[in-house]
Design a protein around this ligand. Structure first.
Ligand code: NHR
Ligand code: GAR
Length: 208
């Protein structure tokens, strides 16, 4: 099978990028890693793996930023855009350009705890289960159709860091899995529904 060209967007540490690199999926080729922060640690993982890197500087408006980002991504002609700890909200125009070809990993069991500081909020809410979700990106923040989730327990002595680390371990497992399904051609967004092997999946939780 032909390799799926992907571009990964990061803003920071890049441990999810590293997990995708380390998975060495024979069906996936990372064409470039793009960061909106020049100091993002994840850029080093890309360089070590001989992957092209790009840094987008500051722009006067969100519109200009999104247009520059789109131009930068499209140079690499990816079939999938992967947000991996990318911390900027993207415009509807940008998201629509990649409709069905852009995914994100979010550190909560969506639709719970959209947005930022998910672990702190999960602890404050005293939930028993927390986790991570991979979803197709749509204009509405963290509201796109869910592809796969992983759950972890919240334990009595957890603080934000311990809980985040437990969730992150699962992120590193489910993100390469979701990308692999897409590369196999088994995963599609059809009319706001996720199809795996042409069957709608509500949420694919641990069933692989
Ligand atoms: N864009 C759209 N249109 N839809 C989504 O679902 C998106 C998105 C862009 C990023 C990732 C997301 C997450 O998984 C994501 C999903 C950034 C913020 C945020 O508030 C929220 C959610 C996500 C990413 N960012 C601030 C902003 O004003 C900046 C915060 C900062 O720089 O520290 O862009 O959680
Ligand atoms: C991950 O936990 C990811 O789910 C989260 O940020 C972390 C990035 O870590 N993403 C968001 O919160 C998006 N707003 P990483 O840079 O080590 O992959």
């Amino acid at each position: 099978m032909k390799k799926l060209p992907i571009v990964v967007l990061i803003s920071g540490r890049g441990s999810n990028l590293k997990a995708i690199i380390d998975a060495q999926d024979p069906l996936v080729e990372i064409k470039a890693v793009i960061s909106n922060k020049s100091k993002a640690g994840g850029l080093l993982y890309a360089k070590q793996a001989n992957i092209a890197t790009e840094v987008l500087g500051k722009f006067t408006s969100k519109l200009e930023f999104d247009q520059a980002l789109q131009t930068c991504i499209d140079k690499y002609q990816p079939k999938l855009v992967v947000l991996a700890g990318f911390m900027r909200i993207l415009s509807p125009e940008f998201v629509n350009h990649y409709q069905g070809h852009i995914i994100n990993i979010h550190p909560s069991l969506l639709p719970e705890f959209k947005g930022l500081h998910t672990h702190k909020r999960a602890l404050a809410a005293k939930v028993k289960q927390h986790g991570a979700s991979v979803h197709f990106v749509t204009a509405e923040l963290d509201a796109g159709p869910i592809i796969i989730q992983a759950q972890v327990p919240v334990l009595a002595n957890d603080d934000e860091n311990i809980l985040a680390a437990r969730v992150l371990n699962e992120e590193h497992r489910i993100y390469p899995q979701a990308i692999h399904w897409f590369a196999e051609g088994r995963l599609k967004l059809y009319k706001q529904q996720v199809l795996l092997d042409n069957q709608p999946i509500e949420v694919s939780n641990e069933n692989f």
